[in-house]
Design a protein around this ligand. Sequence first.
Ligand code: PMP
Length: 384
Amino acid sequence: RGMSSVTIPPPACMLRPLEAPFRYLFGPGPSNVPPRVLAAGGRPIIGHMHSEMFGIMNDIKKGIQYAFQTSNNMTLAMSGSGHTAMECAVFNIVEPGESVLVAINGIWGERVAEIAERMGAKVHTLVKAPGGHFTNAEIEQALAKHKPVLFFLTHGESSSGLVHPVDGVGDICHKYNCLLLVDSVASLGAAPLLMDQQNIDILYTGSQKALNAPPGTAPISFSERACHKMFNRKTKPVSYLLDMTHLSNYWGNDGKPQRIYHHTGPVSGFFALRESLAILAETGLENSWKHHTEVAEYLWKGLEDLGLKLPSVTTIAIPEGYNWKELLAYIMKHHQIEFTGGLGPSVGMVLRIGLMGYNCNKANAAMALAALEDALKQCRKSKA
Ligand code: PMP
């Protein structure tokens, strides 16, 4: 008939219903999503350019300003996971050939260094073993030496379980005419961070950790200083999708009367993100920090943790003589609980237990401890 016929049959798996088991997500994220946030994400969608959607985006912007403690106008949520925000920050701030300094003490610095390298930046690194701290003096020395336009630091290093101090770093950066970029994907809502007071120029987080929204959106904010650099560049950012001139218009941040179509935002993801930011606003940031610390301390009492003090994600040394993969598999199979191993440089060194937001309570901490204890009894000590 001229029209070719279908030669690939419908796959058998597609004729079966979706199966997604219940799991206790006590790893470093995603975390379990509270019913209220799931319900928000399950509401009938509206158009991404409807006025009601812009109203919801305006609410999200206010919710992020509260969560970040910033009055930055250039505040929005990325359509995409935490990595989208990492790339957005680097691509918009840095031009090819410019110098970037990255603090690496776990996987997240490694990733940002690679992102910056791929877009043609001159990347310099300050490296410590996973869990290591950088002193402000070390940071200052490196800034003086490399004269970067951007310095990256991870606040909650989820691959090592470290919460890194940020006080004073912004001021040092500004002394050297450098912008400070901070990753708070794993720490936002769990450990104190104050964007404006701590002079952070670019801050981002993810939806799926202490905020307890489904993965897929990522709050980000830019200071006036950061805006000045990114909106006065000579070259266009390498990514069209992540270009802040477009995104600032889409989020109504550029002062123009009209929002112009750029891409179709994740409508359901934004509904869920709005709800999770509403929960944080109702709870209060200080209560949220205090609560995460109390539950983490309760967990730490039952464990020999590494003492790195990230309240959302606790790292413990792999118990002597055990195979970590076997422990994790046992706990998943018999307790329906996800813990995880290390990531990047911490693989094979640690186990990680995350109790964030909705999952953050003593009953869950007790359940996590009991599951680990059971696994240590039941799993064979390996020869290795
Ligand atoms: N930074 C940190 C500190 C993280 O913990 C994560 C997620 N594990 C990311 C960045 C990346 O986020 P995503 O997986 O949402 O892209």
